[in-house]
Design a binder for this molecule. Structure first.
Ligand code: PDD
Length: 285
């Protein structure tokens, strides 16, 4: 079965799917995106993802190109046409196509909308989670508005590749004060020796992850202790557990940071339990 993409109103075979070379996403990274988990054929936390999308668009003064209901229909149709049962749906909206000029184009320029969907191997992901992943730390070098989910991801791309080159799966950005902000495509968490969960507060220095938000509901419901504050790299080295969260990785245990084992070097009990319980708290439609 060949895959297809939604591009500006049409479903097109993936190999032919294309945008104009003067698309501002292509030339300026002038656009935003969302990645939503698909589980058992349903979108996970669609409402929260679309809320965040609307916020990102608003921050960049790009108009929402269609209603929320129409967008939801496109996401679902793309998932179905690609026969994705477990995987992700990717949505990108840019400021549209215009003659190259840094300033905004004419107000009637239509935003470009692209949606793709692909399957992920759920069993393989579970095997990765059973082993846990290694992370490295890298200096924070992104702009100070990473709360906007912009497609401008060059520092994230370079950080992820640095992780791969070091035999790790993720890179954690560390700010000038020596404190972890977040991963290149995940939010970062630790569990302290006395059992408190720590993750950075949502300011402009991290993306307000949807998985993170849902996990906060879970923690509250289960009466687990949480501190929303920055943590240092040293604190992470000394933590009992560490993990990362994202739509595609859910809760992924971290077993090594910069080559040092976290805790006893095996996935943490708490991280594993949170992973198991996550979808009871996520919305699925
Ligand atoms: N990444 N931080 C960054 C920098 C991210 O790119 C992501 C998501 C997250 C976690 O957000 P959420 O829980 O909403 O997925 C945090 C997506 C999955 C990606 O770029 O593929």
């Amino acid at each position: 079965m060949s895959r297809c993409a939604y591009v500006n109103g049409r479903y097109i075979p993936l190999r032919q799917a294309a945008v104009n070379v003067e698309d501002r996403g292509y030339q300026f990274a002038d656009g935003v995106y969302e990645v939503c988990e698909v589980r058992d054929g349903r979108l996970v936390d669609e409402r929260r993802h679309v809320d965040r999308l609307v916020r990102s668009l608003g921050e960049l003064r790009i108009a929402m190109p269609m209603s929320r209901a129409a967008l939801g229909a496109v996401l679902r149709e793309t998932v179905q046409r690609n026969r994705v049962r477990d995987g992700i749906v990717y949505l990108q909206i840019t400021r549209g196509v215009a003659r190259r000029d840094h300033a905004f184009p004419a107000a009637d320029t239509q935003p470009s909308v692209v949606v793709t969907a692909r399957s992920l191997d759920r069993a393989a992901n579970e095997r990765v989670a059973a082993d846990g992943i290694a992370v490295i730390t890298v200096p924070e070098n992104r702009w100070p508005r990473v709360d906007i989910k912009s497609v401008s991801l060059l520092p994230n791309v370079l950080a992820k590749q640095a992780a791969r080159d070091a035999g790790a799966k993720e890179a954690w950005f560390v700010d000038a004060a020596g404190r972890v902000t977040e991963g290149s495509s995940t939010n970062a968490w630790i569990v302290t020796r006395d059992g408190k969960l720590v993750t950075r507060q949502t300011d402009h220095a991290i993306l307000r992850g949807i998985t993170r938000t849902v996990l906060l509901d879970l923690l509250k419901d289960q009466g687990l202790r949480l501190e929303e504050r920055p943590f240092s790299v040293e604190e992470a080295y000394a933590a009992r557990e560490a993990f990362v969260t994202s739509a595609s990785q859910i809760v992924m245990p971290v077993v090594q940071i910069d080559g040092r084992p976290v805790g006893n070097g095996a996935p943490g009990l708490l991280a594993s339990a949170l992973r198991r319980d996550f979808h009871k708290y996520a919305e699925s439609a």
